[in-house]
Design a protein around this ligand. Structure first.
Ligand code: ADP
Ligand code: MG
Ligand code: MG
Length: 933
C-alpha cells in the first residue's frame, strides 16, 4: 500500500478534516475537524479505512508498513501528551475506537484505558495521587479488552455479562450498591478476579505489554467490522461491506477521577421531536459507555448548571453547542468528558433523528441560516417520511383509556407515534409473533444490539431503564420505531415472563399500548387513528394552519420541489386517489389502469358478454353497454385532475382474468345464468382462453389488435369524457397509452384507431382538445427498437414491472421461491422488483431513452412501474434523463424528496438541456398537439 496509513490530529498538526469521512471514518474525520476549529480534543491518530479494506483483501493480514507506522505514531502521541506508553511513572493511556464512514452506533467495540498493567497502574495511582481512580480504570480496561479482544462474552440472550456477574458478586460481598461505592482496595480485588475470569474463560493470560495490547485492540476493531451485528446493521442500512472501518487511537482523558469529573452525551436539539432545546445527559465520576449502558441513572444536562463543582462546564458546553451547529451545519450528537472541571470533546456527528425531528429541524435551521437548504434536502431519508403517516392514538379511545386509569407508567418519549399490541420480552418472541401478523411491543429492561432483530419486528419498543442516549432510544430514532424508554416504574421479569407496574401484571402476549410522543404506557388495547398529516391532506379534517407537523413537512416538500427536475405523477385509477395524490404533490397521472373499472358493480357482466361474444355484433353490443360506464369514470378522473395530464392505459390484462376459472364451478354457473348460456359453454371458453404463461400471452396491445372494437370503445370513452369535462370549463390533457408494444406496427395499428375516434368525437361534439398517444416500453424488444417506435409514439413510459420480468426472465409472482436465496448469495443485491436492476433492466431503459430521443429529441419519457416510488430507482430515472416518475399516491412525498436528492447529487450537466426545460414546466404540463388529423 503506497498511501498514507495513519493521519494525526493534535496540537502540533492535524492531517485530516471533516470532509474525509470515506478515508478516516466519520469519527476520525470529525475529531480532526473539531481539533481544527479549536475545540478541546485529546490528541490522537486515525488508521485509515483503506488499511481495513486491505486487511480483508489479504486474508486478514495488515499492510507490511503498519507496525512501523504505528510505532512512529505512538512516539508522536507521546510527545503531544507529554506522557510515555508503558511508562511506570507517568503512563500514556489511549482509547482504541472504531469509526466507519457512516456511524454504526453500538455496532463496533471501543477499548478504553489501554496501556495499563500492574506496573503502570501503580504508576498512574502515584502520579495522580488517586489509587481508586487508577484501579477503576484498570478494571474497566480488563473488562473491555477481555470482552472485545479475548472473547469473554455471555453465551445466551438472557445470561448476565460475565464481568458484570463477577462485579455484582463482589458488590454483594462487600455490601456496596453502585460501582462508585467501591474503594481502591475493592477495585484492586476486582482486577484480580477479572484477570482470573479472562484466564479461565479464554485459556490465555491478558497481555501486559502495551504495544501488544494496542496491536490486539486494533485488529479486534478490524474484526468487529465483520461481526454478526455489524453485518446485520449494514444490511438494514445498505452500507457496503467494502467500506471498512477506520481505527482511532486517542490519548485518554478521565471522567472517573472524582466528583469534579464527568462523562456525557448530548444533542444540540431534541432528536425525537426536533425542538430547539439542549438535550443530553451525564454522569459524575464515570467513564465512556456508563451513560449509554445505563449503569447508573444519568442527570440531564440542565441539571449540570446547578452542580457546584462542575457547573462552569455547563456554560462551556452551551457555547460548544452553538459552535458545533454553526460549523457542522446540522444538529450534532456529541460525546464529552470533563476531567477535573475541564471539558474535552470526544466525538461529534450529525444526529440521527425521527422523521418528525427531521422536518422540524430542516424547517428551523434553514430559517435560522444554520443549515443550507441543500443539506436539508440531502440529509433526509426519503423512505422515513412514511413515519409522518404513522398512526397516533384515536382521541376518544385515548381519553377513555386515561379515564379508566389504564395508564401504568410514563417514560421518555423516544420515538413518536402510537403502538398497541401484544407485549413480548425477547427478540425471538417478537419475531415469532410478528411473523404471524400480530402487532407486538417489545419490552426489555434495556435493549442491546442483540435485540436488533426483535426491534425490527416490533411495532413499538418499551424499556424500563436507560435514557435518551440508550440503545433503545437510538435505534428508535434511526428506524422510526415508536418507543418509550426508561419507564422506571416498570418491573420486567424475564424468567417469569411478566411485566409489573402499579399492581398490574401483564404476561407475555397481553395487550399493551405505548405513546412514543408523550412517553405514556397503558395496559390493554387503544385504537389508533390517522396521523396529522393524513388528517390534513387526505381526510381534510384538520386545517393546515392547525398542524405544525404539516407546516414543517410542507416547507421541506416545497424546498425539494425547488431542486428536483423530475416531474411527479401518480398511479391512480379513481378520482379520490387522484385527489389524494395531488395533495401529496403529484402533477398528473402516470398510469391509470382501465381494467380496475371493469370489475365495479355489474359492469363485469358486460365485460364477460364482450369476452364471450361469438359474433362481432354481440361484442359491439356488450361494448356499447360498457362505454357509458367507462366514460363516466374518465370524466371523474379528468375533473379530479383539473387540467393536469392524465395518462390512460388501454386494456392490458389477459381476458381470462375476468372469468371464473375451473376451480370456481359456482362462479361459472352464475356467469352462465347471467349470460343466458350453458355452463359447458362457459367452461369451454375458459379453457380456450386459458394460458400456460399469462404474463407472455394474449394481453396488452395484442388484445386491442385482434379485437380493435375494444380499443375503439375505450378511446371513445376517453374522448367523450374529455369533451364533456371541457364543456364544464375544465381543461383536459388526455394521454392514451398503448401497452406491451414490441413492434412499431403494433403501435401504428392502435394509433390509427385512436386518432380516428378522436376526430369523430371532436366532430360530433364540436369540441377540440389536445391529446397524445404513446406507448409503454415494457418488453425488451420495445426498448431495443425504441428508435423505430418513437417515429410514431408521442411519449414513452417505462413499465418497469414487466420490463424487469421480461428482462430477467423471472416472474414476480413466483420468484419468491428463490429470490431470497439469490439475495443471500448476493447474486442480486436488492430485490429487482422493488429497486431497478440498474445494470440489466437499467441498460434497456437507457437504450430506450437514447434511441427514442435519437428519433425525437423532445420525446417525453416517464416511468410508471412500482419502481417510480423507490428512492434509488428515482435517482436512476433522474440520471438517465426521464421527464417524470409516477408512483402510488402515498409514495409521492418520498419520490419528491428522492428526486430532489438525485438532482443535487447529479447536477444538470449530465442531462440534455431540453429535457430539463420540459420537466421544469410545472403542473407537469407537456406540449401536446391538437389533433386535427
Ligand atoms: P461508539 O462508537 O460506540 O460511540 P466511542 O469510540 O465513541 O464508541 O467510545 C465510547 C465512549 O468512550 C465515548 O463516548 C467516550 O466517552 C469514551 N472515550 C473514547 N475515547 C476516549 C478518550 N480518549 N478519553 C476518554 N474517554 C474516551
Ligand atoms: Mg461514541
Ligand atoms: Mg405491463
Amino acid at each position: 500500500m503506497a498511501n498514507k496509513l495513519i493521519y494525526f490530529f493534535g496540537k502540533s498538526k492535524t492531517d485530516g478534516g471533516g470532509d474525509m469521512k470515506a478515508l478516516l471514518g466519520g469519527k476520525g474525520a470529525n475529531l480532526a475537524q473539531m481539533t481544527k476549529i479549536g475545540l478541546p480534543v485529546p490528541s490522537g491518530f486515525t488508521i485509515t479505512t483503506e488499511v481495513c479494506v486491505s486487511y480483508y483483501k489479504n486474508g486478514r493480514k495488515a499492510p507490511a508498513d503498519l507496525a512501523a507506522d504505528m510505532e512512529k505514531a505512538v512516539k508522536w502521541l507521546e510527545k503531544e501528551a507529554g506522557k510515555k506508553f508503558g511508562d511506570v511513572k507517568n503512563p500514556l493511556l489511549v482509547s482504541v475506537r472504531s469509526g466507519a464512514r457512516d456511524s454504526m452506533p453500538g455496532m463496533m467495540d471501543t477499548i478504553l484505558n489501554l496501556g495499563l498493567n500492574d506496573a503502570t497502574c501503580e504508576g498512574l495511582a502515584a502520579a495522580t495521587g488517586n489509587p481508586r481512580f487508577a484501579w477503576d480504570s484498570y478494571r474497566r480496561f480488563l473488562q473491555m479488552y477481555g470482552d472485545v479482544v479475548m472473547g469473554v462474552q455471555k453465551k445466551n440472550e438472557n445470561d448476565h455479562e460475565p464481568f458484570e456477574e463477577v462485579m455484582d458478586a463482589l458488590k454483594k460481598e462487600v455490601k456496596v450498591k453502585d460501582d462508585t461505592d467501591f474503594t481502591a482496595a475493592h477495585l484492586q480485588e476486582l482486577v484480580k478476579r477479572f484477570k482470573k475470569l479472562i484466564k479461565d474463560w479464554s485459556g490465555k493470560a491478558f497481555p501486559t505489554d502495551p504495544v501488544k495490547q494496542l496491536e490486539g485492540a486494533v485488529f479486534a476493531v478490524f474484526s468487529s467490522w465483520m461481526n454478526e451485528r455489524a453485518i446485520l446493521y449494514r444490511q438494514k442500512y445498505r452500507i457496503p461491506d467494502e467500506w471498512g472501518t477506520a481505527v482511532n487511537v486517542q490519548a485518554m482523558v478521565f471522567g472517573n477521577m472524582g466528583d469534579d469529573c464527568a462523562t456525557g452525551v448530548a444533542f444540540t436539539r431534541d432528536p425525537a421531536n426536533g425542538d430547539n432545546v439542549f438535550y443530553g445527559e451525564y454522569l459524575v465520576n464515570a467513564q465512556g459507555e456508563d451513560v449509554v449502558a445505563g449503569v447508573r441513572t444519568p442527570l440531564t444536562i440542565s441539571e449540570m448548571a446547578k452542580d457546584k463543582t462542575i457547573g462552569a462546564a455547563h456554560k462551556e458546553l452551551n457555547d460548544v453547542r452553538k459552535i458545533l451547529e454553526k460549523n457542522f451545519g446540522d444538529v450534532q450528537d456529541f460525546e464529552f468528558t470533563i476531567e477535573k472541571k475541564k471539558l474535552y470533546m470526544l466525538q461529534t456527528r450529525n444526529g440521527k433523528r425521527t422523521a418528525l425531528a427531521y422536518v422540524k429541524i430542516a424547517h428551523d435551521m434553514v430559517k435560522e441560516k444554520l443549515m443550507t437548504p441543500e443539506h436539508a434536502i440531502k440529509s433526509g431519508d426519503p423512505e422515513a417520511l412514511n413515519q409522518l403517516l404513522q398512526p397516533i392514538f384515536d382521541t376518544t379511545a385515548y381519553a377513555a383509556a386515561t379515564k379508566e386509569g389504564r395508564l401504568m407508567a410514563v417514560g421518555l418519549p423516544a420515538g413518536p407515534g402510537a403502538a398497541s399490541g401484544s407485549v413480548v420480552f425477547t427478540a425471538g418472541k417478537a419475531e415469532e409473533l410478528a411473523a404471524k401478523g400480530l402487532s407486538v411491543v417489545l419490552a426489555r429492561i434495556e435493549t442491546s444490539p442483540e435485540d436488533l432483530r426483535g426491534m425490527i419486528a416490533s411495532d413499538g419498543i418499551l424499556t424500563a431503564r436507560g435514557g435518551v442516549s440508550s440503545h433503545a432510544a437510538l435505534v428508535a430514532r434511526q428506524m422510526g420505531k415508536v418507543c418509550v424508554a426508561g419507564a422506571g416504574d416498570i418491573e420486567i421479569d424475564y424468567h417469569k415472563g411478566t411485566l409489573k407496574c402499579k399492581g398490574v401484571t401483564l404476561k407475555e402476549g397481553d395487550h399493551i399500548s405505548i405513546n412514543g410522543t408523550t412517553g405514556e404506557v397503558f395496559h390493554g388495547k387503544i385504537a389508533t387513528a390517522d396521523s396529522e398529516l393524513k388528517q390534513v391532506l387526505v381526510n381534510r379534517t384538520m386545517k393546515p394552519k392547525d398542524s405544525k407537523v404539516f407546516q414543517y413537512y410542507d416547507f421541506l416538500m416545497k424546498l425539494a420541489d425547488k431542486y428536483r427536475t423530475l416531474g411527479m405523477r401518480t398511479n391512480a385509477d379513481q378520482p379520490d386517489q387522484v385527489v389524494n395524490a395531488i395533495a401529496f404533490g403529484a402533477e398528473g397521472i402516470g398510469l391509470c389502469r382501465t381494467e380496475h373499472m371493469f370489475f365495479e358493480g355489474d359492469r363485469i357482466i358486460a365485460v364477460r358478454q364482450m369476452i364471450l361474444a361469438k359474433a362481432e355484433d354481440d361484442r359491439k353490443k356488450a361494448l356499447a353497454t360498457l362505454l357509458p360506464y367507462q366514460q363516466k369514470d374518465f370524466e371523474g378522473i379528468f375533473r379530479a385532475l383539473n387540467g393536469l395530464p392524465g395518462c390512460i392505459r388501454l386494456l392490458d390484462p389477459p381476458l381470462h382474468e375476468f372469468l371464473p376459472q375451473h376451480d370456481n364451478k359456482k362462479g361459472q354457473e352464475e356467469v352462465a345464468k347471467q349470460l343466458k348460456t350453458t355452463v359447458a359453454e362457459v367452461a369451454r371458453l375458459v379453457s380456450e382462453l386459458h394460458e400456460f404463461n399469462p404474463m407472455l400471452g394474449f394481453r396488452g396491445c395484442r388484445l386491442g389488435i385482434l379485437r380493435p372494437e375494444i380499443t375503439e370503445m375505450q378511446a371513445r370513452a376517453i374522448f367523450q369524457a374529455a369533451a364533456v369535462v371541457l364543456k364544464e370549463g375544465i381543461k383536459v390533457k388526455p394521454e392514451v397509452m398503448v401497452p406491451l408494444v414490441g413492434f412499431k406496427k403494433e403501435l401504428d395499428l392502435q394509433m390509427e384507431i385512436v386518432h380516428r375516434v378522436a376526430a369523430e368525437v371532436m366532430k360530433a361534439t364540436g369540441k377540440k382538445f389536445a391529446y397524445t398517444v404513446g406507448t409503454m416500453i415494457e418488453v425488451p424488444r420495445g426498448a431495443l427498437t425504441a428508435d423505430e417506435i418513437a417515429e410514431s409514439a408521442e411519449f414513452f413510459s417505462f413499465g418497469t414491472n414487466d420490463l424487469t420480468q421480461t428482462c430477467l426472465g423471472m416472474s414476480r409472482d413466483d420468484s419468491g421461491s428463490f429470490l431470497p436465496a439469490y439475495q443471500g448469495l448476493e447474486i442480486i443485491k436488492a430485490n429487482p422488483f422493488a429497486s431497478i436492476d440498474r445494470t440489466g433492466v437499467g441498460q434497456l431503459m437507457k437504450i430506450g431513452v437514447d434511441k427514442g430521443r435519437a428519433t425525437k429529441p423532445d420525446l417525453k419519457i416517464g416511468i410508471c412501474g412500482e419502481h417510480g416510488g423507490d428512492p434509488s430507482s428515482v435517482e436512476f430515472c433522474h440520471i438517465i434523463g426521464l421527464d417524470y416518475v409516477s408512483c402510488s399516491p402515498f409514495r409521492v412525498p418520498i419520490a419528491r424528496l428522492a428526486a430532489a436528492q438525485a438532482a443535487l447529487r447529479h447536477p444538470a450537466k449530465s442531462v440534455a438541456p431540453k429535457v430539463i426545460k420540459d420537466a421544469k414546466a410545472k403542473s407537469g404540463a407537456t406540449k401536446s398537439k391538437t389533433s386535427s388529423k
